[in-house]
Write a protein that binds this ligand. Structure first.
Ligand code: ADP
Length: 540
């Protein structure tokens, strides 16, 4: 017969994270780029004080546990305070992606029933456009001092954050409740149909945050300084705003300035050692450092995910700049990181090329998450690095049902991701494509990700995307889109010749379209749907 464990049963609460940081790492800094430009600087102890003041202010507005507070905001210190004040009070922190179409923003704010929306001044025009369509929102709070708050004509109940919290006490008794209660809510981008909400629990976030502190993940400690470029408005900035205070890691928040030059400058001035961002951000940053002949003085690890990081970019970071890339995979439905690729002790003697090829894959599931790939009948495929099928995931921070949905998407307790992947004998997973992007040609599959990675390895190519275009004989054939680097004149023949040396002959795209830019969506990913709409006709 089982024996009961004799440990205390304290719930895992987000409020305990900021109180832990205030008490143990009270002097560790948080540095944030204000929306109006300058850098703001304070400590975890100050952050906790202001989070408590905001918690009192929200209670003063009549909000109650279970109600939602929206945010349309950059990565900055007020957003961080809201992360703790809202969830810590038992309310739901609903982070909205400002790059969603306004109709979708209206949809998610109404669907989540946000009572208050916090927004950065950048998004004042957006708020002006949507406020009339969000009748349940009682207060719009501009994350600034009154002096930096833009006038928003026609919207009632707009208040500056600093005015809202100023009169309130810095004492707040965080409620203790079931750790399975909702803490935060994030909607998928809704590329097909309306966005769907993933509702994260305190337990899921705390467990994920502890996990990503570990050495094989982001390796966070008091010796590190972390700059999350990944947005706090999407997938909880990979839970870094929770993990950093757990580990006593200095946190640097870039606000609205996400271009290569601004990020580089911030990394240097704040002596950042670890960062996290999508590949498009790293492409911009490398372009900047290459152009100006710069080096990173302190940056040693950068985590990437959200879309596949091309091997050529991994090689540049590692070989030219001595920055180790960690390649993670996750999705809105997985709270944050679910798998992470990093170099292990046994790889020390590998050649650089071997190491880069390993990191170009998305790594092993972190403890707390399990993965498998299945065929179209749901049968588990072997872990042989070759059998590809749909990636299924389960674990402590994987969603089981969308918010307000009647049914669960789970299949035998596993979440179907819509990604096509392989897993090798050591457990290393590789995303080959999304089910909706994979190119089916003559009964075989072509991985658009592999083709794109091969194309961006060409020195004149800045960005590349591949879609499947209908073909009368082969069903579909790949069409490649290329954005040239500034000043480059590379033409179709050269690109195709370059690719034919790197991929199977039948993978070589049927045509190349040169564009000035690729359509990039709210989370920094190429919007292949837009490309398909415009170019997805028929090859003759
Ligand atoms: P959306 O892209 O629809 O807004 P998410 O932001 O939740 O949704 O993105 C999740 C998807 O992003 C995954 O299902 C996967 O297709 C893709 N993705 C995430 N990380 C990686 C990665 N490291 N490599 C390739 N694809 C990735």
């Amino acid at each position: 017969m089982l024996q009961p464990g004799l440990m205390m049963d304290l719930p895992l609460m987000l409020s305990s994270i900021i109180e832990h940081a205030a008490a143990q790492y009270g002097d560790i800094e948080v540095v944030a780029r204000e929306t109006h430009g300058p850098l703001f600087r304070y400590t975890y102890a100050d952050c906790a004080v202001r989070a408590r003041k905001l918690a009192n202010a929200l209670a003063g507005l009549g909000l109650e546990p279970g109600q939602a507070v929206g945010s349309i905001a950059w990565n900055n210190h007020r957003h961080l305070e809201a992360y703790y004040a809202v969830s810590g009070s038992g309310m739901v922190m609903h982070t909205c992606n400002p790059r969603l179409h306004p109709q979708q923003l209206i949809y998610i704010i109404n669907h989540a029933e946000d009572r208050v929306v916090l927004f950065d001044a950048t998004f004042a025009p957006l708020v002006k456009g949507i406020a009339a369509h969000c009748p349940q929102v009682r207060h719009w709070v501009c994350l600034s001092e009154a002096v930096h708050m833009p006038a928003i004509e026609g919207v009632a109940n707009v208040v500056a954050y600093e005015d809202l919290i100023a009169p309130h006490s810095a004492q707040f008794a965080w409620p203790q409740f079931d750790e399975r209660s909702a803490a935060a809510l994030c909607y998928t981008s809704g590329t097909t149909g309306n966005p769907k909400g993933a509702m994260y629990s305190h337990r899921a976030i705390v467990l994920n945050a502890i996990t990503i502190c570990s050495a094989n993940a982001l390796g966070m400690s008091t010796k590190q300084t972390i700059l999350p470029v990944v947005p706090m408005f999407h997938i909880n900035a990979w839970c870094i705003p929770y993990a950093a205070p757990i580990a006593g890691t200095k946190l640097v928040l870039p606000g609205p300035k996400l271009d290569g030059a601004s990020l580089y400058e911030l990394m240097e001035s704040e002596r950042v050692t670890v960062s996290a961002g999508v590949p498009t951000i790293w492409q911009g940053m490398i372009a900047h450092v290459e152009q100006h002949g710069l080096q990173f003085s302190t940056m040693r690890v950068t985590a990437t995910g959200g879309s596949a990081m091309p091997q050529s970019l991994i090689a540049k970071f590692s070989d030219n700049y001595n920055v180790e890339v960690r390649h993670g995979w996750g999705m809105t439905e997985t709270t944050a990181v679910a798998t992470m690729g990093s170099l292990e002790g046994k790889h020390t003697d590998w050649t650089p090329a071997q190491k880069h090829a390993l990191i170009a894959r998305q790594g092993k599931s972190v403890f707390g998450v399990e993965i498998k790939v299945v065929d179209e009948n749901g049968a588990t495929l072997p872990r042989d690095g070759a059998s590809q099928g749909e990636l299924m995931v389960r674990g402590h921070w994987i969603m089981r049902q969308y918010y307000k949905a009647e049914t669960s998407p789970l299949v035998d307790g596993w979440f179907p991701t819509g990604d096509i992947a392989t897993i090798d004998a050591e457990g290393v997973m590789q995303i080959r494509d999304r089910t909706k992007d994979v190119i089916k040609t003559g009964g075989e599959w072509i991985s658009s990700i592999d083709l794109e990675s091969a194309a961006v390895a060409h020195p004149a190519v800045a960005m590349a995307a591949v879609i499947g275009v209908k073909h009368p004989k082969w069903d579909e054939r790949p069409l490649l889109f290329v954005v040239r680097k500034p000043g480059q004149t590379v033409e179709k023949e050269e690109i195709l010749a370059f690719l034919s040396e790197r991929v199977a002959k039948w993978w070589v795209p049927d045509d190349v379209v040169f564009l000035d830019a690729l359509p990039v969506g709210g989370t920094g990913k190429v919007q292949k749907g837009d490309l398909r709409k415009q170019y997805g006709g028929v090859f003759s």
